[in-house]
Design a protein around this ligand. Structure first.
Ligand code: PLP
Length: 414
């Protein structure tokens, strides 16, 4: 019955199955005796979803028409687009003097990624993904009839610029089109953040590739507001996007999910930066068409929420102050994890900031995950390792986690 292009396309049962097992273990042994490190949303020390109170209150008080009415504009309201620009680019606004900017509202960062793949790649082409990655990228590529290749993410404790360069240039010469995904800052699942110098090197590679191909950089910034370096430092690299050759288009995938604890509202955006007006006009036309033919428009209430937050300094400050409390807690959890991991000799991928840290595992991942389960510790398997969710495990449990994992790894990998 199914269309041919859908044959073999299915989501893994992974997270769904694990959460069922977690529930069963919690019922049998009590929540205090179970460590659930599989949840990718922010939970407080009480192990419940932790929402920004100001955001919750403001949204609940929006007039009915602002939630239930159709949103204006297929690609988002003008106020929303301005608010997105303010969040993403405002700190360095004067640095975009040679740029045209396009914004299209999408259902979350997922919608932004989907729209970008669909608009810029043809069926059968290959996109470039990081080796450790948010695994939905692969499904999003498959849904658009695309293949993928990966670049090695690390060289020791640094970004692996030679692997990135090799893969990008090969693709540029063979395919004459490059779409490379960089999930930065606060990469999922490793928590890596490229330094400004590393970003400079990335841009040089893209410029070289642009001699042979059209180049699209898809920069997924879903976790940017949890960068421990703060808002200004986390966005400094974006100044490098100004005045690039016309052959390079940068699209940032913005998401309200984490930054505004609005996971279920499904609001995000594509933010396109180019030195060519024609390219941005083309972006606007194509992305609007794709919105209309995929989901029509993004939720009005979610867009109104962001627009109002950015049009009221006091409200914005309240939201940022509340988020800061979560960042401080996240930093504390990260500090505990890193310290305990060092004590236990547990090796992690280079970590800088954000929701997650990854333990690289070359072999026996299945056995180690099963062994951890038998100790009532649930972790998320990712390609090349296991992911620890600093965002959802309380400090008292984080403290125990590295030693348990280290012991389990020792049992299988000597
Ligand atoms: C790396 C990364 N990018 C994008 C997203 C998209 O999130 P959303 O569609 O909820 O905005 C996620 C969500 O978990 C993510 O981890």
């Amino acid at each position: 019955m199914i269309a041919e292009r859908m044959i073999g396309k299915a989501l893994g049962k992974g997270v769904f199955e694990i959460s069922k097992e977690v529930k069963e273990a919690e019922t049998e042994f009590g929540k205090d005796n179970v460590i659930n490190s599989t949840i990718g949303t922010f939970y407080g020390e009480d192990e419940n979803l932790s929402v920004l109170k100001t955001v919750e209150k403001y949204y609940k008080n929006l007039p009915a028409v602002e939630i239930f009415g159709y949103a204006s504009g297929i690609s988002g309201s003008n106020e929303y687009k301005e608010a997105v620009k303010e969040n993403v680019l405002d700190i360095y606004k004067s640095s975009f003097d040679k740029s045209y900017i396009g914004v299209t509202a999408t259902p979350g960062g997922t919608g932004a990624i989907h729209n970008t793949l669909k608009a810029y790649m043809d069926c059968g082409e290959t996109v470039l993904l990081p080796e450790f990655m948010w695994e939905a990228y692969k499904s999003l590529a498959a849904a658009n009839g695309l293949k993928y290749d990966t670049y090695t993410l690390f060289d020791g404790n640094a970004f692996n610029i030679s692997s990135f360069s090799e893969k990008v240039l090969k693709m540029a010469k063979n395919q004459h089109k490059v779409l490379a995904v960089i999930n930065d800052p606060c990469q999922n699942p490793t928590g890596y953040c490229l330094s400004f110098e590393e970003w400079k090197a990335v841009i040089e590679v893209l410029k070289e590739a642009a001699k042979y191909a059209k180049v699209i950089l898809l920069n997924d910034i879903a976790y940017i507001d949890y960068d421990f370096r703060g808002a200004a430092k986390s966005r400094e690299y974006m100044t490098l996007f100004n005045g690039l050759p016309e052959e390079i288009l940068v699209i940032m995938a913005f998401s309200m999910s984490k930054s505004f604890t609005s996971y279920g509202l499904r609001v995000g955006a594509q933010v396109a930066v180019s030195s060519s007006k024609k390219i941005i006009d083309e972006f606007d036309t194509a992305s609007t068409f794709l919105c209309r033919t995929s989901w029509s428009n993004t939720t009005r209430g979610g867009m109104k929420l962001l627009s109002d937050i950015y049009s009221d300094e006091k409200l914005l400050k309240e939201v940022e102050d509340e988020r800061e409390e979560k960042i401080v807690l996240l930093e504390k959890r990260a500090e505990i994890f890193v310290k305990e991991a060092e004590k236990s000799g547990l090796i992690t991928c280079p970590f800088r900031s954000g929701f997650f840290v990854t333990i690289p595992l070359k072999e026996n991942a299945k056995e180690i995950i099963a062994d951890l389960k038998s100790q009532k510790v649930f972790v998320l398997p990712v390609i090349g390792g296991i992911r620890i969710a600093l965002c959802s495990v309380p400090c008292r449990k984080i403290e125990k986690l590295p030693e348990i994992i280290a012991q389990s790894i020792k049992k299988f990998n000597r």
